[in-house]
Design a protein around this ligand. Structure first.
Ligand SMILES: Nc1nc2c(c(=O)[nH]1)N[C@H]1C(S)=C(S)[C@@H](COP(=O)(O)O)O[C@H]1N2
Ligand SMILES: [Mo]
Length: 315
């Protein structure tokens, strides 16, 4: 695996002491203990496997030791158009989303398609904490301690066939629970997709939590994708379907405006959005902008996926 061992994070500098203590507590526990701590908190969000079914792996810092974005910023400044288009709308409207019970349909080019409960989906996986940057196409960014497991581990369980070239993801469609879906600002349900090698890459995470606790609804509970080298819109929230498919799937933002939002959407400071520069970004909570890094800083791990492609054309 190509993940480098993390640099230890300078703890007290990065996050309020209470949050830091909670996080360390979470990380300090062994497999059984962490399961016991995590599960009661997760229980509000989903029907769950028995206590102890989850283990955790040690934290993997993959944001170069940068300061974590405070929990309250991550949960109050969100993009989740199903819960409103304003940044503070998702936190305000999150209540109406019911994340338990939750089902995920796995379909298409797999040997074992089916309609699975969230417990079926999560049960065999070991959760780990991964600190990743998230870079929105709107030129802001965050550093988030996600809790999840590699998407590849899930996909392998359902045995993709040789015709599986892409993975298509779909968010819940239910205007009753998601007030933003009562207006056609986007074509619902929200859809995203990855090429199979991107989906299988060890950095690609399915997240069920952040800051050591259950994923807040506004951040995409109970299950969301995190693809750290791509613009944030690829990291689809509240997933209800995962389909392995032969040809490149339709994706919501590409469908909405293909000249502005490509299928690949790799973070690329050299390719501007038609209406603004992508060369720099504002880290939430900071005043001065910083340079945006190629592949959001994960070039060493993922650039090889795109060898031979013209990333200015296939943006
Ligand atoms: N279903 C769904 N997923 C979504 C979005 C959305 O509107 N709907 N917004 C995307 C965008 S543009 C970003 S930047 C990230 C934001 O994730 P966060 O709110 O947890 O920071 O979610 C992505 N996933
Ligand atoms: Mo975004």
């Amino acid at each position: 695996m190509l993940i480098k061992r993390p640099e230890p994070i300078a703890p007290s500098e990065i996050t309020p002491e209470s949050v830091y203590q909670a996080r360390r507590r979470f990380l300090a526990l062994g497999a059984a203990g962490a399961g016991a701590l995590l599960l009661p908190r997760l229980a509000g969000a989903a029907t769950l496997p028995p206590v102890g079914a989850f283990g955790t792996l040690p934290s993997q810092a993959l944001a170069g030791g940068e300061a974590l974005t405070p929990l309250d910023s991550i949960t109050s400044y969100c993009n989740f158009y199903e819960l409103g288009t304003g940044k503070s709308d998702p936190a305000r409207n999150a209540e109406s989303l019911r994340t338990s019970p939750w089902r995920v349909r796995i379909g298409g080019e797999v040997a074992r398609p089916g309609d699975y409960t969230l417990e079926d989906i999560l049960q065999p996986h070991t959760l780990e904490e991964r600190i990743y940057r998230l870079r929105c196409v709107e030129a802001w960014s965050m550093v988030v301690p996600w809790v999840g497991f590699p998407l590849a581990d899930l996909l392998k369980r359902f045995e993709p066939t040789s015709r599986a070239k892409y993975v298509a993801f779909t968010t819940l469609y239910d205007p009753e629970q998601m007030p933003g879906q009562r207006r056609s600002v986007l074509e619902w349900p929200y859809r995203e997709g990855l090429r199979i090698d991107e989906a299988m890459h060890p950095l690609t995470l399915l997240a069920v939590g952040l800051y050591g606790q259950t994923l807040p609804k506004q951040n995409g509970a109970p299950l969301r994708l995190v693809v750290p080298w791509k613009y944030g819109f690829k990291s689809i929230k509240s997933i209800v379907a995962i389909d392995l498919v032969e040809s490149q799937p339709t994706t919501t933002w590409n469908q909405m405006q293909s000249s502005e939002y490509g299928f690949y959407a790799n973070v690329n400071p050299a390719v501007d959005h038609p209406r603004w520069s992508q060369a720099r970004e504002r880290r939430i909570g900071e005043f001065f902008k910083r340079d945006t890094l190629a592949f959001n800083g994960y070039a060493e791990q993922v650039a090889g996926l795109y060898r031979g492609m013209d990333l200015r054309r296939q943006f």
